[in-house]
Design a protein around this ligand. Structure first.
Ligand SMILES: Cc1cc2nc3c(=O)[nH]c(=O)nc-3n(C[C@H](O)[C@H](O)[C@H](O)COP(=O)(O)OP(=O)(O)OC[C@H]3O[C@@H](n4cnc5c(N)ncnc54)[C@H](O)[C@@H]3O)c2cc1C
Length: 408
């Protein structure tokens, strides 16, 4: 495992900083978390302004050759290693820049289309992702299909050169702002459940799509229900082969989990909070801070190991599977610790709360984003048990049975 930059990596880091410092200031040593995205629910207009500033920054990166660093050059990227992209992300995170909005497009839809798309699909969809003009949402989960994604029931019937879709999706993040959706449908009920699913690239302005925002306890509406009523999708919008969507699905999910697992620490801010709350000398708090520190560093080293392997052209091993779960349990530790440190003040909200409620939103309520999104902790444990540790498989009574015969 290499912790220090090689001379080439140090030169690359300098190059990144030269670009970034032309566009933004470094974040102050002690960031005003009360003004951050996580502190308060913002009005719709504020959300829109924030999204616009993210797009403008993405456009700048594209224009100056800093978008899609790991994407092949033929699709507008730089063809760099994920290790170099990781160094850029580390440096970008130190600057006061509007980042976000593109995890589902550049982080998930793009890599899936690069692997499974036709030349026409690549030509149509990839460039507007990199410029930030078109964002994507993920229409996977349904009321009866989350962990058991292959149980999805949104129906698809081929009608000439179109596919007619009917059904409901749920927990769709950012559906309202997205130009396109990665849509999973059940296109064959006569075969076992994994074999009758198709992956469609959906234009979100197609007639028959009804997006209904879900109000969260935080006051925000980041999720939506999406109802699909006789939505007609051109057959050329199938990604990969019809009924063979499971391959592209795994590509999307792997990219999603890597993105969620790769989040960073904020440990210094937690120490500052302990000081502000007057609990930095409390022996129990100090013990919990040490546990959190150990976990944070372990995850950072795990991340270095994955990146070092990737930079040597090796396939990351079980480390990458462990990363998402390790990060989830770090967030659980963090959420519980900050609430303990704030005591009764942890029950306050918005302007009355410490740092405008940043810690309640980001660390306590926000932990569930990682712990549920992209596959729950329990599901990650199942995957690791079966695929990494070689433990016996879970009982799967619906295995090999035609989908239409699975009892509901
Ligand atoms: C922040 C966030 C963003 C999201 N964004 C999107 C999005 O944009 N698009 C999208 O399609 N979906 C999205 N989701 C949905 C997410 O993928 C699902 O919530 C997740 O897959 C779990 O599915 P479920 O909610 O149906 O829970 P269920 O699958 O019903 O699970 C309920 C409970 O049962 C447990 N469980 C289920 N099966 C097993 C098992 N075999 N063994 C042990 N325990 C089990 C689970 O761990 C969980 O605790 C998002 C979720 C979150 C939290």
């Amino acid at each position: 495992m290499d912790f220090d930059d090689t001379p080439e990596e140090a030169a690359w880091r300098d190059e990144c900083n030269a670009f970034l410092s032309r566009h933004a200031e470094l974040k102050p040593e002690r960031a005003d978390l009360g003004r951050s995205y996580w502190a308060k629910a913002r009005s719709e207009a504020e959300e829109h302004t924030y999204a616009q500033s993210c797009r403008a920054w993405q456009r700048t990166k594209f224009d100056e050759g800093w978008a899609g660093l790991t994407w092949p050059t033929e699709y507008g990227g730089r063809g760099l290693s994920s290790h170099r992209a990781g160094i850029f992300a580390e440096e970008e995170g130190r600057y006061d820049l509007p980042q976000g909005q593109f995890a589902q497009s550049i982080g998930m839809a793009g890599p899936t289309i690069i692997v499974h798309g036709t030349d026409e699909q690549k030509a149509r969809y990839l460039a507007p992702m990199l410029t930030g003009e078109e964002t994507w949402c993920q229409l996977f989960s349904e009321p009866g299909a989350g962990s058991d994604l292959a149980g999805l029931r949104t129906s698809a019937v081929v009608d000439g050169d179109e596919i007619v879709v009917n059904g409901q999706k749920v927990w769709t993040s950012n559906a309202g702002e997205s130009a396109h959706g990665m849509l999973l449908v059940r296109s064959d009920v006569d075969v076992p459940k994994h074999r009758g699913i198709s992956y469609l690239l959906l234009d979100m302005t197609t007639p028959g799509i009804d997006i209904r925002p879900l109000k969260q306890p935080t006051g925000r509406s980041e999720f939506n229900e999406v109802f699909l009523d006789d939505v007609r999708v051109p057959i050329e919008n199938v990604l990969g082969e019809i009924n063979a969507g499971w391959g592209p699905i795994l590509t999307t999910l792997t990219n999603e989990r890597t993105g969620i697992g790769g989040q960073s620490g904020m440990f210094d801010d937690v120490i500052e909070l302990a000081r502000d709350m007057g609990v930095a000398d409390d022996p129990v708090v100090r013990q919990d801070l040490m546990k959190l520190y150990a976990r944070t560093r372990t995850i950072a080293y795990l991340g270095y190991r994955v990146r070092t392997a990737a930079s040597r052209g090796e396939m990351p091993g079980p480390e990458s599977s462990v990363l998402k779960l390790a990060n989830s349990s770090r967030l659980e530790q963090l959420g519980n610790l900050v609430m303990t440190m704030m005591g009764a003040r942890g029950t306050l909200y918005a302007d009355d709360a410490v740092m405008g409620g940043f810690w309640q939103n980001y660390a306590f309520l926000g932990q569930w984003m990682s712990r549920i999104g992209g596959g729950t902790d329990e599901v990650q444990r199942n995957i690791m048990g079966e695929n990494v540790l070689g433990l016996p498989q879970e009982p799967r009574p619906d295995k090999g049975i035609p989908f239409k015969d699975i009892p509901t």
